[in-house]
Design a protein around this ligand. Structure first.
Ligand code: NAD
Ligand code: UPG
Length: 441
């Protein structure tokens, strides 16, 4: 099939590359000329395991191309995916300007019947607005061209995006006509040979499903984070509680890890946006208000533990930080708990040496060359002369460090662990003062 993808960020690029991988002829369009020029040369602007190979292979095979030309992309694909950003507006609602601009661009340039598929995460009712914007542009041109609109929210996780797209748990498709449903079935047939994964529903339900999934996952995390703080107060161990409840198949083991708060480009913004959507139609989602508030306090848990150990004034103190990205296997630092911690440490007078396997360049982009943040070439080098180690992201490489070497580098053997990577009794045996989340050290 001929497919255009508008917006070549995490979602657009993964979507375009994976659809090309199964034999489609894909044109990815973005307004960011710098990004498109890099991509044309096979240079991937994001860190995402496996993506590099797929992009290069499909460019070489001629199935994946990149452009900044709106007219070219509007005429190429029988299916026009919209995968542009929907960042939070000042009041927390999703900013729809990029989605509507993409829809207008399609309406201004399309020359034959098209199916426009929204892959961005958008509030309920957006498909109607997309339809109206395209229709308005067609009317301005005096065109009677027909088109259909569908919703196909994306559930990929950063760091596992290619795998999630190639082997999805489910493919949600919102349509209001059978012709579009059949087209989407044909498009996704290669991704569900093993068993049916396509869930076809009405458009509004598909739009809401995306927010419901993220809100439910964020709720589980905030719930566990609050329980972790309670466990800590009462001398219980959140890791044992996690095993105990996860073994109930009605609860399950996934997304029950307590930590120093959730971050990323999706959970924080989607939890907020769903609340705004509810408010707009006179409803209040009380649980989500609490989920958000609990997450904001959880991002402060590490600094509270550090202040309890070293005092509120950290002037002259120096900390090693392992992990800058909002989660492992990505270089993305959008809404990362590390950003809150670094600012909190700075405010109290401390300096930081950080190490992250992928996000160092992103940290430099965000914090510039501020002398209060140094970066190290390795996890061990970051420890040199630090008062303590603080772990913020659970990269696999941090799981089994050489504790003896670690102790020789730190000023004192102290670890604040925002991701519960180690067993408290093992660290006690190593003579390390250990501060995990929700566990008595
Ligand atoms: N990042 C994720 O893990 C993820 C997963 C599922 C869903 N989503 C959702 O998918 C959407 C995209 O997210 P992302 O992380 O890929 O965003 P992103 O910021 O990485 O990429 C968006 C891209 O769209 C481009 N763009 C903006 N307006 C455009 C226009 N009019 N025409 C062409 N290009 C335009 C931007 O230049 C940018 O390259 C969001 O709604 C997000 O919530 C994201
Ligand atoms: O048990 C857990 C699991 C995750 N997290 C944190 O939650 C955040 C989000 O993690 P994850 O969901 O793995 O990353 P995302 O790439 O943001 O993916 C989420 O957001 C995407 C964008 O909407 C959706 O497509 C995905 O399905 C959804 O998992 C990160 O800060 C994690 O550290 C925890 O604290 N505890």
């Amino acid at each position: 099939m001929q497919i255009s993808v508008i917006g070549t960020g995490y979602v657009g690029l993964v979507t375009g590359a994976c659809l090309a991988e199964v034999g489609n002829d894909v044109l990815c369009m973005d307004l960011d000329a710098h990004k498109i020029n890099r991509l044309k040369q096979g240079d991937i602007p994001i860190y995402e395991p496996g993506l590099d190979d797929i992009v290069k292979r499909n460019i070489a095979a001629g199935r994946l191309r990149f452009t900044t030309d709106v007219v070219e992309s509007a005429s190429h694909g029988a299916i026009q995916f919209i995968a542009v950003g929907t960042p939070p507006d000042e009041d927390g609602s999703a900013d729809m300007q990029y989605v509507i601009a993409a829809a207008r661009a399609i309406g201004q340039s399309m020359q034959e019947y098209k199916v426009i598929v929204d892959k961005s995460t958008v509030p309920v009712g957006t498909a109607e607005k997309v339809r109206a914007a395209i229709q308005e542009e067609l009317s301005k041109r005096g065109s009677k061209l027909k088109f259909n609109v569908a919703s196909n929210p994306e559930f990929l996780k950063e760091g596992a995006a290619v795998d999630d797209f190639m082997r999805p748990d489910r493919i949600v498709v919102g349509v209001d006509d059978e012709r579009t449903a059949n087209l989407m079935r044909a498009l996704y047939a290669p991704f569900q040979r093993n068993h049916e994964r396509l869930i076809v529903m009405d458009i509004k339900s598909a739009e809401l499903t995306k927010y419901a999934a993220n809100a439910m996952l964020a709720t589980r995390i905030s719930f566990m984070n609050e329980l972790a703080m309670l466990a800590e107060k009462m001398g219980a161990d959140i890791e044992q509680v996690r095993h105990g409840i996860g073994s109930d198949p009605r609860i399950g083991y996934h997304f029950l890890y307590a930590g120093c708060g959730y971050g990323g480009s999706c959970f924080p913004k989607d939890v907020q946006a769903l609340q705004r959507t509810a408010n707009e139609c006179g409803r209040e989602l009380k649980i989500l208000g609490a989920v958000e508030a609990a997450n904001e306090s959880q991002k402060k848990v590490l600094i509270a533990k550090i202040a309890a150990r070293f005092g509120n004034d950290l002037t002259g103190r120096h900390f090693a930080l392992w992990g800058l990205a909002f989660k492992p296997n990505t270089d993305d630092m959008r809404d990362a708990p590390s950003r809150v911690l670094i600012k909190d440490l700075w405010e109290r007078g401390a300096t930081v040496t950080a190490y992250d396997p992928a996000a160092m360049h992103e940290a430099r982009r965000i914090f510039g060359n501020d002398p209060r943040l140094m970066v190290a070439d390795s996890s061990m080098a970051a420890l040199e002369d630090a008062d303590a180690l603080v772990i913020v992201t659970e990269w696999k490489a941090f799981r089994s460090p050489d504790f003896a070497a670690m102790k020789s580098k730190l000023k004192a053997p102290i670890i604040f662990d925002g991701r519960n990577l180690y067993e408290p009794r093992d660290l006690r045996a190593e003579g390390i003062e250990y501060f995990p989340i929700g566990r008595s050290a």
